[in-house]
Structure formats: C-alpha cells, structure tokens
Design a protein around this ligand. Structure first.
Ligand code: N01
Length: 547
C-alpha cells in the first residue's frame, strides 16, 4: 500500500491547478468543509478524494451488518434547517446504505460534486515558505497549489491488515471489512474465518453466520457488547424529530460525547445492589451506547465500572449456551467502555448456532495462514474465506500515508515520531495553514462524529475568515501551545479508566510499532469547545499569526 513519496516527472510538465484551499477527503468532514469554504467564504476550493464517490468511511466499510452506532436523529449535520427538515431516517440506527444515501443527498443538495475530484489519491503535500502555498500532488500526476490544506481524511480510514505469516499463500478469498468489495461477498455454503471482535466484528459475525456454512470467529481480546435494539422508527418518533430539531441540536451540542442523552448524575456505588441491577436491566432493554450513561462514574471509578462489567459478563453467560464458549466470551480483561463499546444485533446469540464456533486466541494463538485456512497452535481450521475485522491504523494512519512536509522540510512522520502532537487537534506546529478535521488530540472518536466534525469545520472556517479580515497570511500552532495541549490530552485521559485498556486503538496499541499515546481528547466536548472558543476569542492564542 506504499505510495510514491514524490510526484511523477509527468506531473511537473502540467500546470498546477491554483486554489485557495484543498480539502482532502469527501466524508462527513470534507463535504461540510467544502461547503463552508466555497459558499460561506467565497473561496476557490476543491476536495480531492481517492474513492469514486462521497461517503468517506461509509464508502469503504460496506461489510455485512455495517450500521451506525449513534442514533440516527443525531447522526447528521445540523447546519441547515432545510436539510434537517427534508431528511427522514428510517431506523433507530441507520445502516451503511442509508448513511450513504444521506451523504449523497447532501452532496447533491448543496451542489458539491462540481468541486470534488474523485479517483484522486493525494500522495504528497509540501509547504513552500517562499510562496506561502501548499504544493499538493496526486497519484495520477496532477499538481495543485493552495494557501490552505484541510485534512479531512477520517479517523478510521486506514485499514489494518495484520502481518500474519502465510497470508499470501491462502488459496481462498480474503477481505478487510474497511475495504469491502462493492459487489458484496457471497458467503453461501462457504467456510468463513473472521479475525477480530471489535465493533466491526461484533456487527458482522451474526450476519455472515446467516449464510455461511460455517463461521469461525478468532477472538484475541474478549469484548463487551450491549444490544443495539435497532428498529424502524415509528411515525410518532419521526414526528417528534421533525418538531424538535432545535432542541435535539442543542442537546447534542451540550453533552460531553455529542449524543442525545444525558449521563445520569448518580454514582453506581450510591445505590443499592438491587436498584443498580434494575437500572442496568432497564438500560440493557433500551440498548445502544446509552448503557454507558447509566451512572456518572462508569469511566472514572474502577469500582463503579466493575458493577457494569459484572452485569454484562453475567448477560453473556446467560445468553451463550455452551459454557466453555460463554467463558471465553466473558473473560474480558479491561474495564467496560475503556475500549470503544460495541453495540450489537444478536452477536452473543450467534454462538448458539450450530454453524458458529469461537477460537480463543489467548489460549490457542494463530501460528500462520496456510493455503487452506488458519493454523492455530491446537489445530488447522479449513476455510474458504477469511474476513479481517482487524480495525484501523486509527487517527494518524491516513494522514501519515501522505508525504506531508511543512516548514523547513519537516516531515509529518518526524514531527509525530513519538506520537501525534497537535494543538487542539486542529493544527500541528511546523505546518502552517494546514488544519486537521477531528485530528488527534481532539474529542473526535470519543464523540458522536458529526457533532465533533461540525464543531471543527465551523472553527476552521471562522479562523480562515478572521485571517482574511485581518490580512493574516499564515497561521501556525506554536510549539509551546502544542506542548501544553499534549499535557492536557494526557491529563484528561489519565483522569479516566480509558488508558487501562492497554491494547486499545485509542493508544495506538493495535498497530505494531506505532507509538503508544492516548490520541483522542477525553476531557469532554464542553471543556474542549471552551478551549477552542477561548483561543479564537483571544485572537487565536497559541497560534502564530503572520501578516
Ligand atoms: O476495529 P478494532 P473495529 N490477530 O480495532 C483484533 C468504529 N466503528 O473495526 O483487541 C488477532 O476495534 C483486535 O483484537 P485486540 C468504532 O469507533 C464504528 O472493530 O487488539 N486479532 C480486535 O478484536 C470502533 O472502535 C461503527 O486483541 C487481531 C479487532 O481485531 C472502530 O471503528 C462500526 C489482530 C479490531 O477491533 C474500530 O472498530 C464499526 C491480530 N493480529 C466500527 N489484529 C459504527 O458506529 C487485530 N485484531 C457503525
């Protein structure tokens, strides 16, 4: 998957396309950013997008069962009243196809396609100090120059295929869930092996099991999951949503994680065991990520968290009939929600099917992939298809695949050698006029993504407008501000149980050799937004502005 580090010679012979701004990526972030730059600020701007359509992560993650974990009425833009009024979601948790319909509708509704260049992979972005412009090169040999580059590549867009020996020898088919073929995969009558039991694996296993002759799930780390309880939206609920757009918008912007539910103010330890059980039962019946909000201290107190962990483990043991399988599924080694908590549709129930089995890799590790399947220490598993639900080189992987060079030739790879270092997740010291939408160091993946994205895009847009108004040509986060921000990001994470899941992708631990650093900002959206707003109100404090 390595990209050419420098533009082809062919590229030099073509004139560069000159723009005010280049946006990389046509997902939720890029689409809204283009609209703001072009239609609100009147700038010449283009999105460069690898895929042949809009959608970002939703374009690539078409695996069976792919569904949003945020409730539909909060998983949307709020910037346009008309858009809110004309769009109607059909299910509590929208499936991949419905989210794609929504994003395609947005692209058409705001006439965005004319400024999106599809099938265009950015290979390098280099800052030229003399002209104060970025030189952007694409794999197909085009050159662009722009004053601003806005990286909207998504937090979960660089697929992580583990380096398991023998993969190249496998005679069957194999797929990564994040690069799923558009024509789909036929599982009927096939022996399928699925590696990975994160949010993706937990969504896809029950669906694959419906048609595969056999599904073997290879689990390295057992995981919690709570039922999604997805369902079609009732006419009454649709009416409620249409009548309460403003209230819902206000709510998602006021909560710490951008979801339309409040976290209970109660501690799990201040109620009786009986009352606690009743509340967990009710939350289990309601389903969804809201389970996390049953008590205020689930992510700050290990003792409180243990009560939720024990409840879910108890549910797993109740649901899964085979005691050995139940034990392996319930043998979870980290606090509940310290890794991104999955929600599911009959995941644990799938293990009661005759055609589904579990391999506990902690007891029986993978040795290699063979032409016929997967060899673990204990036995050979014959397979026709291997599905890698093995996640992403999250938060930094996609941008680091681009050869980004800032001031004085500083490469992003060098700047982030010890882990991603940003100011507010919005800018990187040494990289003037480069902005990152939901970059590392911002709440991003700990928040309902469209809420985090709108906040970032609005901030970036206002910042660029301020620059134009004040004759400022260059903005760059200072080293001191970035240092302070890294301390804040670490302190925010350390105040929670999140870093205790030491194998989490939040820490970069899922990719061998990746520096370990807690990447998203765990201090909550309210606190985060006030840092951003304050910096702007103080004339972009923490940034160097050059006229
Ligand atoms: O990826 P993951 P994901 N051998 O990294 C295992 C978002 N999302 O695609 O835990 C064996 O969470 C790995 O094991 P371990 C959401 O934010 C959103 O599931 O490292 N196993 C783990 O079980 C989510 O958190 C939605 O020990 C290996 C799994 O693969 C994020 O995307 C839906 C392995 C990877 O889990 C990523 O979720 C889905 C190896 N070599 C996802 N390498 C919606 O809201 C990795 N694993 C729609």
């Amino acid at each position: 998957m390595s990209e050419p580090a420098s533009p082809s010679t062919r590229a030099h012979s073509r004139p560069a396309t000159e723009l005010d701004a280049i946006v990389i990526g046509a997902g939720f972030g890029g689409l809204y950013q283009l609209l703001c730059l072009r239609d609100r600020l009147g700038l010449s701007a283009q999105i460069l997008e690898t895929a042949d359509g809009v959608g970002g992560t939703w374009y690539w993650n078409r695996y069976p069962g792919a569904r949003c974990d945020s409730v539909s009425h909060s998983y949307c833009y709020t910037f346009s009243r008309e858009l809110l009024e004309e769009w109607e979601w059909s299910e509590r948790f929208p499936g991949q196809a419905e989210v794609m319909r929504y994003l395609n509708h947005v692209a058409d509704r705001f006439d965005l396609r004319r400024d999106i260049r599809f099938n265009t992979r950015v290979t390098s972005a280099m800052y030229d100090a003399a002209s104060n412009r970025w030189q952007v090169h694409t794999r197909d040999g085009h050159r662009f120059t722009a004053k601003y580059v806005i990286a909207a590549l998504g937090c979960l867009s660089s697929a992580n295929v583990p380096d398991i020996p023998g993969l190249e020898s496998f005679a069957g088919e194999w797929y990564h869930t994040g690069q799923w073929p558009h024509e789909g995969v036929e599982f009927t009558g096939k022996r399928v092996g699925q590696i990975g039991t994160g949010s993706t694996g937990i969504q896809t296993a029950p669906v694959i099991a419906e048609t595969a002759s056999h599904l073997t799930v290879f689990q390295r780390t057992a995981n919690y999951s709570v039922p999604a309880r997805n369902a079609p939206l009732t006419p009454e609920f649709k009416r409620y949503v249409h009548e309460h757009h403003e209230e819902i918008g206000r709510l998602v912007r006021s909560t710490e994680n951008g979801h339309p539910f409040e976290v209970s103010p109660r501690s799990a330890l201040e109620v009786s065991a009986q009352e606690r059980e009743k509340l967990y039962e009710a939350a289990w019946e309601t389903g969804g990520l809201q389970f996390r909000a049953t008590f205020e201290d689930l992510l700050s107190s290990k003792a409180a968290n243990d009560t939720a962990a024990q409840f879910i483990k108890g549910k797993i043991r109740q649901i899964v009939k085979d005691p050995a399988t139940a034990e392996a599924l319930a043998d979870i080694d980290h606090p509940y929600a310290a890794k991104r908590p999955p929600i599911d549709t009959h995941y644990f129930e799938a293990f009661n099917r005759d055609n589904v089995s579990l391999v506990n890799l902690r007891a029986d590790p993978i040795e290699r992939i063979t032409p016929r399947g997967i060899k673990t220490a204990a036995k050979h598993h014959d397979l026709d298809i291997i599905v890698f639900a093995t996640g992403f080189d999250a938060m930094t992987g996609a941008l680091l695949k681009v050869d980004v060079r800032g001031r004085d030739g500083l490469t992003l790879k060098d700047a982030w050698k010890a882990g991603p270092r940003t100011y507010l997740g919005l800018q990187i010291a040494g990289f003037p006029n480069l902005f990152t939408v939901t970059g590392p160091g911002s709440p991003s993946v700990l928040c309902n993504m469209p809420v985090a994205i709108e906040q970032h895009v609005d901030w970036i847009t206002e910042c660029i407008a301020y620059m134009a108004e004040h004759g400022i040509e260059r903005i760059e986060a200072t080293e001191q501000a970035a240092d302070r921000w890294v301390d804040e990001v670490n302190a925010a994470a350390d105040a929670t149980l999140l870093p205790r899941a030491t194998h989490s992708w939040y820490l970069g631990a899922n990719v061998p050799g990746k520096p370990r650093m807690f990447m998203p900002y765990a201090g909550g959206m309210t606190r985060y937004r006030s840092f951003c707003d304050q910096a702007a109100a103080n004339g972009y404090e923490g940034f160097e502005l050059v006229r």
